[in-house]
Design a protein around this ligand. Structure first.
Ligand code: GGG
Length: 327
């Protein structure tokens, strides 16, 4: 690995301001050649500066080797979507698995959502075309669909998962028809096995038989929704990390949002942010340290202090200190 990586830290809104410093603290405990540069974005920045995403923040993120992001609030579309674009990400990887000691609805869950990260209904093309009549244009291109399929099949092969592709091509015939055909073409070229599932039926099957699934390649919105559903299977959103990757740069963030209901109380679960930092370490070539962070986090989940979302009464600080202590 090349020595000396600069990490942009963008806590964002709500509990992002609590769990992101926790993740940085864990990274600092590793004594790696990482430097951190903080930048601001989000609802509170809109109030103060008139824009939720100042150009200086985008420049900091572009200039860094990787970014740790916290949470987006009401301005998510103007913050997290452009930041993902700024790092050239086209894949949002969201692992959802169970951990020893954590109560889970479905203990056999080990899923990885590979979510297309640039288009679909998150392309941002919305309009009010007449009084009371609104539209949202869903963009699905063959190029982006093939690109996410290539990424998903590579990821599944490397990590030993089966592949399911989620779609709704019986209703969105043109857009999801194109998505599905593109994934099929990639699978055919590689001779790779895959299953195809209508995304609504898949939502039910993921609840009833999650152990039958591995990597799920999804259009953008489906990936966002299905991964939250999977969070419910494994113990909640406090546990799910994510990696926005694609080209060289990457942005790493918990799957959860700003959680205004608990923001400021100091009780947010830092696990998702810490595990996102571990994904960042993998990305930067510090795989052994990433494994150390995961092992320490899992040890604390199994037998350490717990935040209220996991049935405990510990604070973010208590859990972070316990992870650092484990390290
Ligand atoms: N850290 C994830 C986050 O802030 N989520 C809020 C949100 O609305 N995200 C939309 C998305 O992930 O596309």
């Amino acid at each position: 690995m090349a020595d000396g990586h600069e990490i942009a830290v963008v806590p964002g809104d709500g509990i992002g301001g609590e769990v992101t410093p926790a993740a940085v603290r864990v990274l600092e405990a590793l004594d790696l050649p990482l430097s951190f540069v903080e930048a601001d974005a989000g609802d509170h920045v809109l109030e103060a500066e008139g824009t939720p995403l100042p150009e200086a923040t985008v420049e900091t993120v572009r200039g860094a080797d990787a970014t740790l992001f916290g949470a987006a609030g009401e301005t998510a579309a103007d913050v997290i979507l452009p930041l993902r674009e700024a790092v050239g990400s086209f894949a949002n990887v969201r692992p959802a698995r169970t951990y020893p000691g954590v109560d889970a609805v479905a203990p056999e869950t080990d899923l990885v959502f590979v979510r297309e990260n640039t288009e679909g209904v998150y392309a941002g093309i919305e309009d009010e075309i007449a009084d009371g009549v609104t539209t949202c244009t869903r963009v699905i291109t063959e190029a982006a669909s093939r690109r996410i399929a290539e990424f998903g099949f590579d990821y599944a092969a490397e990590h030993g998962y089966d592949v399911t592709v989620a779609h709704k091509s019986n209703v969105m015939r043109v857009t999801d028809g194109r998505f599905l055909e593109s994934v099929r073409a990639v699978a055919d070229e590689r001779g790779a096995d895959h299953e195809e599932a209508l995304m609504d039926a898949l939502a039910m099957h993921l609840v009833m038989r999650p152990e039958e699934y591995g990597v799920v390649i999804c259009p953008n919105l489906a990936g966002d929704v299905l991964s939250d559903l999977a969070a419910g299977l494994v113990g909640g959103l406090g546990l799910l990390p994510s990696a926005n990757v694609g080209r060289e740069n990457g942005l790493f963030e918990p799957v959860h949002g700003s959680a205004p209901d608990i923001a400021g109380e100091g009780v947010a679960n830092p696990t998702a942010a810490v595990l996102s930092a571990a994904l960042m370490l993998d990305h930067l070539g510090h795989g052994d340290d990433a494994d150390r962070v995961r092992a320490a986090t899992e040890a604390v989940l199994d037998d350490g202090p717990r935040t209220p979302d996991l049935g405990g009464s510990a604070t973010t600080e208590d859990v972070t200190a316990a992870i650092v202590e484990e390290l």
